[in-house]
Design a protein around this ligand. Structure first.
Ligand code: ADP
Length: 488
């Protein structure tokens, strides 16, 4: 019952069950440690008192039996304290041992009841009840008693003391004054015990908060270190990404200069050099565009402009615009759809960016003779767009990570494929801006499938014919930019 009352008290003071057990364990541990100190102190004190008694008060015993009680009381306390220490030793200081639960309460009771006896005995010898007051006050300061424990312990001791006092053949007036003194002392002890207890509680709560904050801080530190490493890797990679096309552009320009100056070499090569310069300029544009978008997304100033448009024809047109390029790489391209038309709210420009990015990755990571499939279908009330390839696949442990910024499966500078590791993180952000989601299924050596899931909703703005035409007119340039890091 005491336990359930205590639990009720703890719950009311904002402790969870788990915190209650943790706090109780800490309190038990501290109380046991302090009780051991009390025991040691009592043993030493009582040895001194017994010796004092033996040499100084021995002669008074016959005249006043209270001195005899005092002597036996010292011996009893000494024996009890030694016994208590022995039990502690036998339990071997294993604080989790259930036998510990009431150990400190037992010792606290012995101390306070011993105080009652000493007080009454002292009244017999010197008319003072100081021993009881000292015991009660010291206990309240040394042992952490919860308010209920304290209430039971102090009130029973007071009751025993008052009964004992009433048995004394002394004046009623003196009895009342002693009762008043004892009540005041016990009230003070109880208040001190409550203050001591709540100090322990708030100390425990603050330590817990500090510990939690420390854990949070450590976790953040780990994340920060990981992010810092990614940033360093990214800058190493970005330097490579910037230098490679710049080198190619510069050397192509030099080769062209030589051809034009000396006219010795084949003038026809100029077209090849121009092509290389164009592709690498596009590659630089792609990189810079991605960096700008990444910064805008971070600054939350990147916005999409949703319009009602037929997602089937949009995705089909984008896919078919890349068909010639994909087939020139020896890869077959198939587009399939579950329905002829599906009007949903989306930003056509961003959808183009998403599809081109996924197609560019599929081309990059699929060998000649492989295949790419683009498919549109409804699943669970959502419009799903799947871009699937028969390429090299993605290891299981990288499937979630590739959507994070700067993450590449093959990070080595001398890897076969170029890239900055920003593409998929941008795709993910763009899809999420459409309230959609992106997932990947992949088997190493067999291929990967990226599935975009968009909500089947419409907005109040429609997409005009002219808008679509404009978008398609400039698509070739954007394909060139998006595919610029694909090499032979
Ligand atoms: P990158 O510019 O390096 O391609 P992305 O963010 O687009 O950056 O892709 C991150 C990584 O995910 C790539 O470096 C690659 O390792 C992996 N990846 C993306 N798409 C595919 C795919 N279709 N097949 C195999 N791996 C892929």
């Amino acid at each position: 019952m005491l336990r359930s009352i205590k639990q009720l008290y703890y719950n009311n003071s904002g402790f969870t069950d788990e915190e209650y057990h943790e706090f109780e364990e800490t309190r038990k541990k501290l109380n046991i440690q302090r009780c051991v100190i009390i025991c040691e102190f009592l043993i030493i004190l009582n040895i001194v008192l017994v010796l004092f008694d033996r040499f100084y008060y021995f002669s008074f015993r016959k005249a006043n039996p209270a001195y005899t009680y005092l002597f036996y009381s010292h011996i009893t306390v000494m024996v009890l304290a030694v016994l208590w220490l022995l039990i502690m030793y036998l339990i071997n200081c294993n604080i989790k041992n259930p036998k510990y639960t009431f150990m400190y309460l037992l010792l606290a009771s012995i101390v306070v009841y011993w105080g009652v006896f000493m007080g009454l005995n002292g009244l017999n010898i010197s008319g003072q009840i100081t021993a009881y007051i000292i015991c009660a006050l010291s206990l309240s300061l040394v042992v952490y008693l919860c308010p209920i424990e304290g209430l039971i312990l102090y009130s029973t001791s007071l009751m025993i003391f008052i009964i004992g006092l009433c048995l004394f053949p002394i004046e009623k007036k003196i009895i009342y004054s002693h009762i008043i003194n004892a009540i005041i002392a016990i009230l003070c002890s109880y208040i001190a015990s409550c203050i001591n207890y709540s100090a322990l509680k708030s100390d425990f709560i603050s330590k817990k908060i500090i510990l939690e904050k420390q854990k949070e801080l450590e976790a953040n530190n780990v994340k920060l270190r990981e992010y810092e490493k990614l940033r360093t890797d990214f800058f190493a990679n970005i330097s490579h990404e910037l230098r490679t096309p710049l080198n190619i552009i510069y050397s192509s320009q030099q080769m062209m200069e030589n051809i034009l100056l000396e006219k010795k070499q084949n003038v026809g090569n100029i077209n090849n050099y121009l092509k290389m310069m164009k592709q690498n300029s596009f590659r630089l544009i792609k990189l810079v565009n991605n960096l700008i978008d990444m910064t805008k997304i971070d600054a939350t100033i990147y916005e999409i402009k949703p319009l009602n448009c037929d997602i089937v024809s949009l995705v089909e047109n984008i896919t078919m615009s890349t068909a010639e390029y994909i087939e020139s790489k020896g890869i077959s391209l198939t587009f399939d759809t579950e329905f002829e038309e599906k009007v949903i709210s989306c930003d056509p420009e961003k959808i183009e960016r998403i599809i081109l990015n996924l197609l560019s990755n599929s081309i990059k990571f699929t060998h000649a003779d492989g295949s790419i499939f683009v498919n549109i279908y409804m699943r669970d009330g959502k419009v799903n767009i799947s871009v699937k390839d028969t390429g090299i696949g993605i290891p299981d442990e990288m499937k979630e990570l590739i959507f994070d910024r700067f993450i590449q499966v093959d990070k080595s500078i001398n890897r076969n494929r170029e890239g900055s590791g920003i593409g998929l993180s941008l795709v993910k952000s763009l899809v999420e801006m459409h309230n959609g989601s992106i997932s990947v299924n992949s088997v190493i050596g067999q291929g990967s499938e990226f599935i975009i899931s968009l909500p089947d909703v419409q907005t109040d703005k429609n997409c005009g014919e002219n808008y679509f035409k404009c978008l398609e007119d400039q698509r070739v340039e954007r394909i060139n930019i998006e595919f610029s890091d694909i090499y032979e």
